[in-house]
Design a protein around this ligand. Structure first.
Ligand code: TYM
Length: 333
């Protein structure tokens, strides 16, 4: 079409540092699926981010490809979206180096994820862990992304990306699109089932539901979920964090509003509520697990998608990178 208007662009990614969780589904992947028709989307498996903490090489390799199968099984259409593995597109590392020279030590020191991870991995606080947000900024800015759908914990990194882009644009004239975070209304911060004060994370197997968990595992985890000593199923984040988290999960899994969810359980105790949340999650994840298992067995199909994705991504990334290199004064090749 002649006057075709370019759709706005999305970029987002997930680290293959562990199995995908219900948190990453509700905070990120669900939005990706919802937005794929309206936007021009690029979804990445960010293996270079994953090595900021020590990984088992065989597991990293396996999970990187399995994660692509899971993206597709969640509903991302490989015909509509560019999907690739970050280390296959070297422009990410090249732009990250350049952007690192436009990022302040103080800014990186203030990042919450760095503070948390350097506590968790106190014996291995690497330069990579510290400069992680610069690589994330490169991911986003390389593709001139308008929108970055993420869970609430990544908002600070997207804001830093904007600051870096704005600074660069200020010095060299408009180069980068300023991205906005897109954070879902329901499920932006799914908490651990075992300790609702903490975010649900891959490294906490009991408090965490994995997309590939079998129904019996999911039911067991919800049965053990921490609630409180009252009986009413009411949303009250301050005083009833466990129940509120379960209600949020129920809403995100079923598409119901909080009022509808509370009405479903009016007058019922936790003995009815907890298994009902488990059932909703079992039904949400069953088709995703089954389709993932089928796709993981088809290595050639997955290879085709991530190779083509990387080629397409490189083409787009090179346009931005070449512009940046010229503006900062690197000699023409
Ligand atoms: P990562 O791999 O830790 O998490 C992937 C995505 O899932 C979201 N998420 C959650 N949302 C709600 N509740 C939870 N419990 C939960 N756990 C995880 C995260 O917010 C994230 O959206 N730095 C990123 C990866 C990244 C990236 C990027 C994202 C690298 N480059 C460029 C966007 C754009 C990260 O560590 O996500």
């Amino acid at each position: 079409m002649e006057n075709e208007i370019r759709k706005k662009r999305i970029f987002s990614g997930i680290q293959p540092s562990g199995e995908l969780t219900l948190g990453s589904y509700m905070g990120a992947i669900k939005s990706w699926v919802d937005l794929q028709d309206e936007y021009d989307c690029i979804y990445c498996i960010v293996d270079m981010h994953a090595i900021t903490v020590r990984q088992n090489p065989a597991e990293l390799r396996r999970r990187s490809v399995a994660q692509l199968a899971q993206y597709i099984a969640c509903g991302l259409d490989p015909q509509k979206n560019i999907m690739f593995i970050q280390s296959h597109v070297p422009q990410h590392a090249e732009l990250a180096w350049i952007l690192g020279c436009y990022t302040q030590f103080g800014e990186l020191s203030r990042m919450t994820q760095f503070k948390q991870k350097s506590q968790q991995h106190a014996d291995n606080i690497t330069a990579g862990l510290f400069t992680y947000p610069v690589l994330m900024a490169a991911d986003i800015l390389l593709y001139q992304a308008d929108l970055v759908p993420v869970g609430a914990d990544q908002k600070q990194h997207v804001e830093l990306t904007r600051d870096i882009a704005q600074r660069f644009n200020g010095v060299y004239s408009d180069t980068f699109t300023l991205p906005e975070p897109f954070i879902p209304k329901m499920g932006a911060r799914v908490m651990s089932l075992g300790n609702p004060a903490n975010k649900m994370s891959k490294s906490d197997p009991d408090g965490c539901v994995y997309l590939m968990d079998k129904p019996e595992d999911i039911r067991r985890k919800f049965k053990r979920a921490v609630t409180d000593s009252e009986t009413a199923v009411k949303f009250d984040k301050e005083n009833k964090p466990g129940v509120s988290n379960l209600l949020t999960i129920y809403c995100a899994a079923t598409g119901k509003t909080m009022e509808e969810a509370e009405a479903d359980f009016a007058g019922q105790g936790y003995g009815v509520f907890k298994p009902a949340v488990a059932d909703a999650v079992v039904e949400l994840l069953r088709p995703i697990r089954e389709e993932s298992e089928r796709l993981i067995a088809d290595k050639a199909y997955l290879e085709g998608i991530y190779r083509e994705g990387a080629q397409h991504a490189q083409y787009l990334a090179n346009k931005t990178l070449a512009k940046v290199q010229r503006k900062i004064g690197f000699a023409a090749r």
